[in-house]
Design a protein around this ligand. Structure first.
Ligand SMILES: [Zn+2]
Ligand SMILES: [Zn+2]
Length: 71
């Protein structure tokens, strides 16, 4: 059992060393009030719309569903 534990520890260490450095936390993306993404976020989920998922992947907010505020 001792051997297995050692193996596990080294596996975890190896994984940690391999992980990319954690990017500094950015300000939460701004979703338009009432948009699909806004609703999902408020439920503690992520919007699953393909367009929103695609935008989130590049660190953006889907402007298809979250129109920029017009004034
Ligand atoms: Zn969305
Ligand atoms: Zn979208």
């Amino acid at each position: 059992m001792r051997h297995l534990a050692l193996l596990l520890v080294s596996a975890v260490l190896l994984f940690a060393a391999d992980a990319p450095p954690v990017a500094p936390a950015k300000a939460a993306p701004k979703y338009q009030e009432g948009s699909c993404c806004d609703k999902a976020t408020k439920k503690g989920e992520k919007c699953m719309h393909p367009c929103c998922v695609k935008a989130a992947k590049v660190g953006k907010v889907c402007d298809h569903c979250n129109e920029p505020v017009k004034k």
